[in-house]
Design a protein around this ligand. Structure first.
Ligand code: HEM
Length: 146
């Protein structure tokens, strides 16, 4: 493996770690939210937003480094495991935009209902973790379906 390949693979795997890591911390945050008063709740909502921002930026690095890896390795855009990852990724992007933002925006408005808010955020975090783990499996196992 040449140096360039190693560097981009390292960046790619690092960005995968940073994409998944913050999401895992969101689950215990939703647990803490249950007991939180309004002031603490505002802090947790901010942490939640920050974590999602980090995931978003790391996701961009993940896609760009992935595209560079396709270009510099023998893998192609037609390989089944890459096509499947792209399909799951497309779903996740649509999903991430829709799942968290509208819920988080209700905080501080009359539409805010604490229990409902927490359940929605927790479900969204789990769904997104599962989608990322599916992509991680596709990347590591590289199933060749065609
Ligand atoms: C646009 C989407 C993506 C593309 C085009 C892409 C492309 C690639 C390519 C070509 C490799 C193989 C590099 C090599 O042979 O050395 C690779 C490896 C890897 N990718 Fe991705 N990737 C994408 C998204 C992801 C995502 C979403 C994750 C994790 C959630 C991920 C995690 C990994 C890991 C852990 C490896 C190393 C596995 C190994 O080669 O043994 N990638 N990726």
């Amino acid at each position: 493996m040449d140096m360039l390949h190693t560097i981009f693979l390292f960046i790619h795997v690092l960005s995968a770690v940073v994409s998944i890591g913050p999401l895992v911390t969101l689950i215990p945050i939703t647990k803490k939210m249950e007991e939180a008063d309004e002031k603490e709740m505002a802090g947790y909502v901010n942490s939640f937003k920050l974590a999602i921002d980090v995931v978003k930026h790391a996701g961009h690095v993940l896609v760009i480094s992935g595209a560079i890896l396709v270009i510099i390795t023998g893998w192609t855009w037609k390989d089944s495991w890459i096509v499947l990852t792209l399909a799951v990724m497309f779903l996740s992007i649509v999903f991430l935009a829709k799942a968290f933002k509208p819920t988080l925006q209700t905080f501080g408005t009359s539409g805010f209902q604490k229990e409902d808010f927490i359940v929605k955020l927790r479900k969204a975090a789990w769904k997104y973790i599962i989608l990322l783990l599916i992509m991680l499996w596709l990347m590591v196992a590289k199933p060749m379906l065609w």
